[in-house]
Write a protein that binds this ligand. Structure first.
Ligand SMILES: C[S@@+](CC[C@H](N)C(=O)[O-])C[C@H]1O[C@@H](n2cnc3c(N)ncnc32)[C@H](O)[C@@H]1O
Length: 230
């Protein structure tokens, strides 16, 4: 399916804007992840696995500034992948980018080949704990031993006042940029459809999947980021 370029442009623009309202310090998350990867990879030629590469923001954040990095991006959304493909072309980094349509399962026959991996803003779309664990285990299997992994996703205890408070703040970000109150109230209900699990449960999942030295390095509104090693 090839979507027309105006539609893709609009979709990309909307995604870019909403991500930055939804996740304050969104760009800092990518800058910190890049710094973490650089600390471990130095200037060596390195292959990165980007799980949930739709939209291509990992490519634009890390591609031009790290000419020795190659990227394998995976995403089940063809439309989001087309946006990523377009971004890679605009940044002239196409030769270092391979985009695959599907989930990480399509890589399972070639384990332990990547020097770093990220899974940014994906895990909360997977409802089932076993499925989350399977995804993290598959990422672990794709990494060379000891290599860095960054996970970022929504977190929180579903029924807690603490999460409800953070959702109110998240809603206020959208009100502040001019979204209508009724729309923002609806968004407050829709956001509860994603899978919220606590920081502790996320760290337990990472451990169960085989990751070590897990550190939460980022937190912004509804979302947080954890660094770890395979
Ligand atoms: C909110 S976007 C995040 C995209 C990008 N990582 C970023 O931060 O801009 C979530 C992406 O995850 C993808 N996704 C959903 N389920 C997935 C899965 N099981 N494996 C990989 N990607 C998935 C969606 O298609 C979508 O492109």
């Amino acid at each position: 399916m090839n979507l027309d370029s105006t539609h893709l442009e609009e979709k990309a623009h909307t995604y870019e804007q909403n991500a930055r309202i939804s996740v304050p310090a969104y760009d800092t998350l990518f800058a910190m992840t890049q710094a973490y990867f650089r600390t471990h990879l130095g200037n060596q030629v390195s292959s990165l696995l980007v799980v949930g590469a739709g939209g291509g923001n990992e490519l634009s954040a890390w591609g031009p500034s790290n000419p020795n990095w190659t990227f394998t991006g995976i995403d089940p959304s063809e439309e989001m992948l087309q946006i990523a493909q377009r971004k890679a072309r605009q940044l002239s980094i196409e030769s270092r980018v391979q985009l695959l349509h599907g989930t990480i399962d399509i890589l399972s026959s070639t384990p332990s080949t990547f020097d770093a991996a990220s899974c940014i803003l994906v895990l909360h779309f997977i409802q089932d704990r076993q499925e989350k664990l399977k995804l993290l285990r598959n990422i672990h299997a794709q990494l060379k031993p000891g290599k860095p992994f960054v996970l970022a996703c929504a977190y929180g205890e579903r029924e807690s006042d603490e999460l409800q408070d953070r959702i109110k703040i998240w809603q206020s970000f959208f009100l502040d940029v001019g979204y209508k109150k009724a729309k923002v109230e609806d968004m407050g209900k829709v956001i509860m459809n994603i899978s919220f699990i606590s920081d502790q449960e996320i760290q337990e999942l990472l451990q169960e999947a085989g990751f070590k030295h897990i550190t939460r390095f980022f937190s912004s509104g509804l979302f947080a980021g954890w660094m770890s090693h395979a």
